[in-house]
Design a protein around this ligand. Structure first.
Ligand SMILES: C[S@@+](CC[C@H](N)C(=O)[O-])C[C@H]1O[C@@H](n2cnc3c(N)ncnc32)[C@H](O)[C@@H]1O
Length: 195
């Protein structure tokens, strides 16, 4: 899927992923982990920024990246209207270099949005954009669909992809938007530091 494809989805208001609210799993995660040291967080494929604003509200230095200019514009406008501070930048998470390496990456509906053939590039990007010892929090969408987006995945697929370079900190079935109940899996990973 090209950036033109995604920009067209915004231009034509064909955005069924847009729920007008952050991921319920993220809301609960931040509420139950108030002890976490605050740091930088990258939200790739941020859309209109609901998740970015949730991290910002919790005191993190939050950054959202997206390939669609309309997403960046809408996210910036909504964040200003909410009186919150966050930085948005047009970027291709799979191919671009990060501005710096982040303490956290939050995944929510980017992994399922990209062509499965690009998943190796996605995994390399998580490595590249995250500090050694940094944390990768993912709300994954476990659906069977092969003709996406969204494209399906399985826990086994995710485990095989991330466990060689990341330690699993926690795993749970999160609270979800009503139409995704029971279909999401929250995986909290920590990037291994070099031996
Ligand atoms: C299904 S939408 C999800 C948006 C947001 N995460 C949400 O849940 O509301 C996928 C988003 O990823 C963006 N995207 C797709 N490929 C991308 C890439 N390679 N780098 C950054 N953003 C990308 C799209 O423009 C779109 O905004």
């Amino acid at each position: 899927m090209t950036s033109e494809y995604w920009e067209n989805r915004y231009q034509t208001h064909d955005m069924p992923w847009e729920k007008g609210a952050p991921s319920p799993g993220l809301v609960d995660f931040l509420a139950t982990h108030r002890e976490l040291p605050r740091g930088t967080v990258c939200v790739p494929g941020c859309g209109t920024g609901h998740d970015v604003r949730e991290w910002a509200q919790a005191g993190f230095r939050a950054f959202g990246f997206d390939v669609a200019p309309s997403a960046i514009r809408l996210a910036t406008e909504k964040t200003r209207a909410a009186g919150l501070q966050a930085t948005y930048q047009l970027a291709d998470f799979l191919r671009d270099e990060p501005p710096f390496q982040f303490d956290w990456i939050f995944e929510h509906t980017l992994f399922c949005a990209i062509d499965p053939k690009e998943r190796d590039a996605y995994t390399r990007a998580v490595q590249r954009w995250l500090k050694p010892g940094g944390q990768y929090l993912a709300v994954n969408y476990l659906i069977p669909d092969e003709d996406g987006p969204p494209f399906g995945t399985t826990r086994t697929d995710l485990w095989n992809r991330f466990s060689p370079e990341f330690d699993l900190v926690e795993e749970l079935v999160p609270r979800s938007y009503p139409n995704r109940t029971g279909l999401e899996l929250l995986l909290w990973w920590r990037k291994k530091t070099a031996a």
